[in-house]
Design a protein around this ligand. Sequence first.
Ligand SMILES: [Zn+2]
Length: 335
Amino acid sequence: MTAAEMRLELRPAQVYVAVYDRLPHPSLGPVQEFVLEVGITANRPVVLTDVVWRVFDRNDHVAFVRQRVGEVAMNELTAGQYGVAPGLGLALRRCYFLEQGLLPLSKVRVSVAGFDYETRGIVSAAGEVPLVYHQQRARLRLPVAEGVWWAITGNDWTSLHKAEPISWPFAYDFVRLGPEGRTFSGSGLANEDHYSFGQPVVAPAGGKVVAVRDDLPDQPPGQPMDPALLQEDPTRVAGNVVVIAHGYGEFSYLAHLQQGSVRVRQGQRVRQGQVVAAVGNSGQSPGPHLHYHLQNGPNLFVDQGLPVLFSDFTAVGDVVEQASIPARMIVSPAR
Ligand SMILES: [Zn+2]
């Protein structure tokens, strides 16, 4: 019997790297981050034993290596599912890298080894994807008009957003803080208790509205949305949305907007700072907040998310000219 055959598919087909070098991020010093998924298929059952990621610089030298070797390490990586079953395959989700330094990177190569119990042999496969950097053209301001906002997830660090490596690995979630530094008053059980709810959402830069959704209900805080709605259309996870094209392949995606609050229509031109909707709690959202990310096209889960640089905001007492915002930072639009 010949050895089993194993194949790898890496997603996305090219991986954007974000560079954080302008504000203090959770790791000391400048950092770079990216995330990818590895899909593994085999024609016979294979048990994975090793995964090695090699990340290369632009001179084709290995910049760094990460490896998981042996069944215990594989177990951690895939939560106990490290057998590749024919027809089902196995996904290594959220292969996440947060690395020190600014050395420009060029590609990541993934090598996988496994054990084929039928032939008692080792099988292996490898694949690689380019790592790319985006030079942002749009000068983006915060997508809110006023007030103090907490970036509960920022443009860095591992977060739930990293579990979806195509469109929103670099997404932000903003919540408004009240005068006492909390996100809601009262019990918080009603959307209206939350300082974010109903706050104006503004166009971060000028452009043309390319997509709008306005009909999904606001969920009561803490209540998941109807799974049937999601099954019909997975993009409803984002709730009500406004998508704005800024040109040069940069699209702002504003999500979880309040039902009925969208003030713009598809095809309309908007200027920077124009109110387009209100913060809501539609879609799969644990409480009122504004989700924001930048994409290289209009379609969620098809087009790719880009790292974001915001301009003209205040953070830690200073006006910041342009930077990405670390998770947990408190920011306000600058006048
Ligand atoms: Zn979000």
